[in-house]
Every structure is written in C-alpha cells, then in structure tokens.
Design a protein around this ligand. Sequence first.
Ligand code: AMP
Ligand code: MG
Length: 359
Amino acid sequence: MKTIIEKIRQDVEVFNGQEEEALRRAGGIIRRGGLVAFPTETVYGLGGDALNRESSRRIYEAKGRPSDNPLIVHICRFEDIETIVDRVPEEAVRIADAFWPGPLTMILHKSERVPYETTGGLDTVAVRLPAHPAARRLIEYSGGYVAAPSANLSGRPSPTEARYVAEDMDGRIDMLLDGGQVGIGLESTIVDLTVKPPQILRPGYVTEEMLNRVIGEVDTDVTILHKDSDQAPKAPGMKYRHYAPKGELVIVEGEPDRVAAYINRFAAEAAAQGKRTGIIGTSESLAQYRADVVKCLGERSDEESIARNLYSVLRQMDEEQVERIYSESFAAQGFGQAIMNRLLKAAGHKVVKIERENP
Ligand code: AMP
Ligand code: MG
C-alpha cells in the first residue's frame, strides 16, 4: 500500500482550498473503511471509522496492537455523543463544558451502534472531542465517529511529529496528514465515569485538581505511578509496555546537583562496558553531562516543554542507537504526574533513588 502524505497547517481555523481538498479526501478514505493518520493537540492519531468493525480490525493490524486494547472514539460535536453512549450522565455534560474540545477522554457505557471490535470487547466506550481544527474537520468529513489510537507501532513512543508516524506507518495506512509538531505531546487524560467516584485511568494535561473543580471528588487508578500493585490497570492499554525506546532506560531521582553527578558516573560505567550511552536532561543541568548522546527536554520549570519533547527525545535515542539511557526525574504533581507516568512506563519502572547526603 502506498501512503499518501498531505500537509495541513496547524493553528488555523480556516483551511485553504488544497487543505480542504486533502481533508475531504481523507474523510472519504475513512468512510470507505480505510485508515488515515492525523494530528491532534495531544499526539498523532491513527483514524478509522469507529462504527465499522472492519476498520477497527485494520487499526489493530496496522499498529500490531493486541485487540483487547480498546480505541478512543473521536467526535466533532458534543451532540454526537448520544449515538455512541447509552446515556449521558450529568458529570459528562459538566466535563464537556469545561474541557471539550480538548485533551480529555471520558469512559461511558456504550450504545449498540459501537462494535465490540472498537471497544476491545468492553461494554464501555472511550469518547473525546479534540481541539485541533484539522482533526475536527477530518472527523466531520469522515461521518462523525473516528476511532483513533496513537499512530505508532504498538510499544513505541507515541508520535508527536508526522515524520515519526511515517517511520512506523509508511506503507501500512492509506494517508498521513502532516500538521507539524503537536502542541501537548502526551496522550489525553482518561476519566472513567461508569464508576463512583469517577476515576482517572490515565493522567494527562487535564489534571485531577482541574477535574475536582468541575465534578468534585475523583479517584486516580493506583497503578498510574506504581508498578508494585496487585491491581491490574483499569485502562487495558496501560498494562502493556508502552512508550518505550529500544535502549534500556533508567530514571535517576534525587537532589538535582547530585543526580547529575550520579548520571555521569552511571553513564561512564556503561560506556566502560562497551555500551553506547545517552542522557536525558534539562536546560539547567545539560552542560554537566557526558555521554555519547545528550538530549534536552527543556527547562525543568516548563512542564509543557518537557511533555512536548519527551517522546521525540525517546525516539531520537533510538535513531542514535543508544543502548543505555539515563534520565532525570520530575515532580509527579499536576501535569507532572502525566510526565512521570509516561517516563516510568518507558523505563519499565527502573528507578535509582539517590539518598540525601548526611549533613
Ligand atoms: P491510545 O489510543 O493509544 O491513546 O490508547 C487508548 C487508551 O484508552 C488505552 O490505554 C485504552 O486502554 C484506554 N481505553 C479506551 N477505551 C477504554 C474503555 N472503554 N475502558 C477503559 N479504558 C479504555
Ligand atoms: Mg497509544
């Protein structure tokens, strides 16, 4: 299969004739059961018709993804939620008012219209109304219901730029809409509204505190930051090794100046064993690091930059064929919880804690 690539500008609400044409063509592909990768504000999605079981099967096949891992259904108008859920609870309306369009996914009981192929066999469905104008236009041209997981091969970091989609999906999908680098860079927050109190299954840009202000009490799935739990994650996808670079990644936690010294020492030891080494740091500490490849996520205080660059830096470590990677750690509060959730998964929860020095 030849993958057609078309460019779409981001941050425009009105598209030019060529872009409209590309979006209309992409919508036609999805209506006919094909697959189109497209930019959203979180990461690139791999879209197919959510109401067509054959399309969902194709998505799993293209990603090499286990078919018990459900897909998020993307809509472009709030009213369309009625078609795919059995009932819209009051909290869903309040959450939509506050966070849609945007990086927030709700889990609700599904209607009969949604095939089990799309929900990985579950009676619930994940729904999101994205903010990205090209994504919304594409959904409209596709008939209104686009199932879209992240557009990476299963197990690889989610793509934040079209070239990463092409790396994984070229020849496996019909079309790729290239909208440049995405804005947020981490997948949507997932909140399950079928339980009381509602529960966050995956942290994202919309934090627990933000949800508290809109719907009161919410729980967070305990498996988000801890591996040592008997409980299986509630979002089936969260159990898979995810977001991972090919090299072995280790997170080093502790006081910043001591962390840099330790990371350099670990990297030197790995290099002495003949390993190609990489370090993931922040602007503040970057000059101190010594390794084959040193990459910067941005300023430590700028969580948005850290989130936006994380997956790209993990992929660059692969491009540079790094075998052992050391990364700084981040405060797991607010949006930082989403950053640490992804980083911990990428590292398979390998964390070295540097103890405080005795005074
Ligand atoms: P991705 O599409 O790559 O962002 O992954 C979608 C995530 O949503 C996966 O972690 C899924 O397990 C989760 N998800 C989708 N539908 C449901 C559902 N009905 N219940 C729980 N989690 C879901
Ligand atoms: Mg994914």
